[in-house]
Design a protein around this ligand. Structure first.
Ligand code: ZN
Length: 152
């Protein structure tokens, strides 16, 4: 009997920007790049199972909250790491050094954060379908306004 391909777990799929329905297809057209417009180009539907990536108009509007939450979480993590490794003093500028470091770090992470936010977002609305190979992907195209896609 042929071994079925091991299914990606949720986190690997979400962090890898895979389609949440089949966990195989890629959500984005291009690999990660610092050219923001190119970076955010999504496949209209999953190239593997056909799951639409834009479920309704303005679907990704809420992702700014996700990236904000991620930004806060990362800032806390770098602050703790800075505190442990370098230390924070009241009488020197180590805290300000962290502020500068953290801003630059977040800036570098921005292209990745924007993608991860969308990937996490869609993964909360589209659930994994283990039978995706035999079931039809939902068709939501009539609710989409293609002119407005990618405006968010
Ligand atoms: Zn898919």
């Amino acid at each position: 009997m042929a071994e079925k391909k091991a299914n990606r777990v949720y986190l690997a799929s979400a962090l890898g920007c895979r389609c949440p329905r089949c966990r195989e297809g890629k959500l984005f057209k291009n690999s990660l790049t610092i050219r923001l417009k190119k970076n955010m180009e999504m496949n209209r539907e999953c190239p593997v199972c056909g799951q639409p990536t834009e479920i309704e108009v303005g679907f990704y509007y809420g992702t700014s909250y996700v990236s904000y939450a991620l930004t806060v979480a990362i800032s806390v993590a770098t602050l703790v790491a800075w505190w442990v490794i370098i230390g924070l003093g009241l009488n020197d500028n180590r805290f300000f050094a962290w502020l500068i470091f953290n801003s630059l770090f977040l800036l570098c992470l921005q292209p990745w954060l924007m993608r991860i936010s969308r990937s996490l977002w869609i993964s909360w609305f589209v659930s994994y379908d283990p039978e995706w190979e035999t079931t039809e992907a939902p068709d939501v195209s009539e609710r989409i306004n293609p002119d407005q896609a990618n405006n968010w």
